[in-house]
Design a protein around this ligand. Structure first.
Ligand SMILES: [Zn+2]
Length: 550
């Protein structure tokens, strides 16, 4: 179904309005090029069993990368890599920790914790074995240093060589200005906790798993063992803490109790600025044996060169990850993790957006890069690699628009902006939504920290304003709670499972609506007189200012 006539009229209206986000009229040919059949065709191809779940480094990669590259060529994009190819190599390393490990505690608590039941651990050191001997455990609260909130959990204590026991998420303070209240800040993400371990040259980090605060059950943590991918860093990741781990809540409570400490009062103390680190009078030893393999993976990049000689070396970058989990633990006899929604749909969106831009009578002033990244499921690695080794200068990259999952429930009255309030890209989105008779809404689950869980985050971390949205919560013609129920159903039944497959009831007319909006944002940024900025006070603004400083 095509919903365009209304929006086409609305788009023309835009030429005379538009609050903050540029006012260029999107060529009708481009809008007309976005359709459900094209999107569904790409999803069908990328989510087919023959793609074997599109794992990095496998046959699925060969087929998915070939498909995307061929589509870029068929659409007429030029090679996205200045070396004349459509490929950016992403050297990865895959490390599998031998699960026959124990975490041996001595001192106030003597115990040999069991892997998977009591703790899950791995190392990112590219070494066949790492070991820690009798490292003292110290509780560092949330392990956060946030100068903007006048927060420092370390108070200058040297914790190098120690094992840091940390709480997950960020402090939930009554003063909602700090740590953005219920919404999870990056300080709450487990990736940040392990980065703190590296920063403080700790021997290891043990995060206490509280299901409510983590946002997922212990079973998900148990799944974090096994093979782990990483970018093949020059230092073989030896700057990182040797052990990165989670400890089961009950074990953590027992540990604190053995040290004569009550978990709840300790946690209450940790949720204050006055908190100081607490030695637990327990030491830990562990030996992690690894099998290691190198994986040569790829990002796929296609470019539409800008039409303005003065601006064509400036870029708008659309991203979507093409990878998924490949073959894995069978569910109902099915071991192919097809990743139809996650993220064959987003990759399909990237291809259809490319077709739309190519359908324009004239290319936009600035260049558009379409970047299908690898290894998102393994830790946002393809986009991390791009962000530290960009094909085009990030200082000349005006915006990133990331698509991870499309709306399959039908047209909506709204669009959910993840990380609402972050940047001026929202103004572009608000204008484009208004032209469709829609409104923007904030993420209904801010506590889950979705802004930090997909590829735009790596662009944001480097300072590039990055936009990421999710399907609207008000589906036209459906009960008010329909969308959230569908979202919950997907999270419980299909998220990262073999059953994430194309469903007969899918309705992609809502996806077309969203793609027209993404098209409008990217096009107007590419035509705009000024660079979009992060809002004052945003956590990424400083990085951008430094990036743009001459
Ligand atoms: Zn995804």
């Amino acid at each position: 179904m095509r919903i365009l006539p209304v929006s086409l009229v609305a788009l023309t209206l835009a030429a005379c309005g538009g609050a903050g986000g540029g006012t260029a009229t999107v060529p009708a040919e481009a809008v007309a090029a976005i359709d459900t059949a094209t999107i569904m065709g790409h999803i069908r191809a990328l989510a087919d069993d023959s793609m074997q779940g599109r794992a990095p480094g496998g046959i699925g990669e060969e087929r998915a990368v070939a498909y995307i590259e061929n589509q870029f060529k068929a659409i007429g994009l030029t090679p996205g890599n200045p070396d004349g190819s459509y490929i950016q190599n992403v050297p990865l390393v895959a490390i599998t920790a031998d699960p026959r490990m124990t975490l041996d505690l001595k001192g106030k608590m003597r115990a040999s914790l069991k892997y998977r039941d009591d703790f899950v651990a791995w190392t990112r050191h590219v070494d066949s074995e790492v070991s820690i001997k009798d490292a003292p455990l110290v509780f560092v609260g949330y392990g956060v240093e946030a100068p903007e909130y006048n927060w420092d959990d370390y108070k200058g204590l040297d914790v190098s060589g120690k094992i840091l026991v940390m709480l997950v998420n960020d402090p939930q303070l009554p003063d909602t200005n700090a740590f953005r209240g219920k919404a999870m800040t990056y300080y709450g993400r487990w990736t940040y906790k392990y980065e703190q371990g590296m920063k403080h040259r700790a021997a290891g980090v043990l995060i206490v798993h509280e299901a409510a605060l983590a946002g997922y059950p212990w079973a998900v943590v148990q799944g974090m063992g096994g093979e782990k991918f990483d970018l093949a860093a020059a230092d073989s990741n030896r700057a990182r803490a040797k052990m990165e781990a989670w400890i089961h809540f009950d074990r953590a409570k027992a540990l604190f109790a053995a040290a004569g400490l009550d978990f709840d009062s300790l946690k209450a103390r940790a949720t204050t600025r006055e908190f100081t680190p607490v030695p637990l009078d327990v030491t830990a030893s562990v030996s992690i044996k690894n099998s290691i393999r190198s994986v040569a993976s790829r990002n796929v990049a296609g470019k539409l060169e800008g039409s303005d000689p003065a601006l064509k070396d400036e870029y708008v970058v659309y991203t979507a990850h093409w990878d998924h989990f490949g073959l894995g633990t069978p569910v109902g006899g099915d071991s192919i993790y097809n990743g139809a929604l996650d993220n064959a749909s987003g990759t399909a969106a990237l291809l259809d957006l490319a077709k739309a831009f190519k359908a324009m009578p004239a290319a936009p002033k600035r260049s558009i890069l379409f970047l299908a990244v690898t290894a998102e499921e393994q830790g946002l690695l393809g986009s991390q690699h791009y962000s530290v080794s960009p094909l085009y200068p990030l200082a000349k990259t005006l915006a990133n628009i990331n698509i991870d999952g499309l709306n399959t429930e039908g047209p909506t009255k709204d669009l959910v902006v993840v990380g609402m309030g972050a940047s001026e890209l929202e103004d572009y989105a608000r204008d484009a939504a208004a032209e469709q008779g829609r409104i923007l809404k904030a993420d209904p689950e801010p506590e889950k920290g979705f802004y930090y869980r997909s590829d735009h985050f790596n662009f944001a971390k480097q300072g590039v304003p990055a936009f990421y949205a999710d399907a609207g919560t008000e589906v036209i013609g459906q009960p008010a709670d329909f969308a959230m129920k569908q979202r919950e159903k997907y999270t419980n039944e299909d998220y990262h499972k073999p059953t994430d497959e194309i469903k007969p009831e899918w309705n992609l007319a809502g996806a077309v609506q969203d793609l027209v909006l993404y098209l409008t944002i990217g096009y107007r940024v590419a035509q705009a007189a000024t660079y979009p900025e992060w809002r004052p006070g945003n956590e990424f603004r400083a990085a951008r200012e430094a990036q743009l400083r001459p």
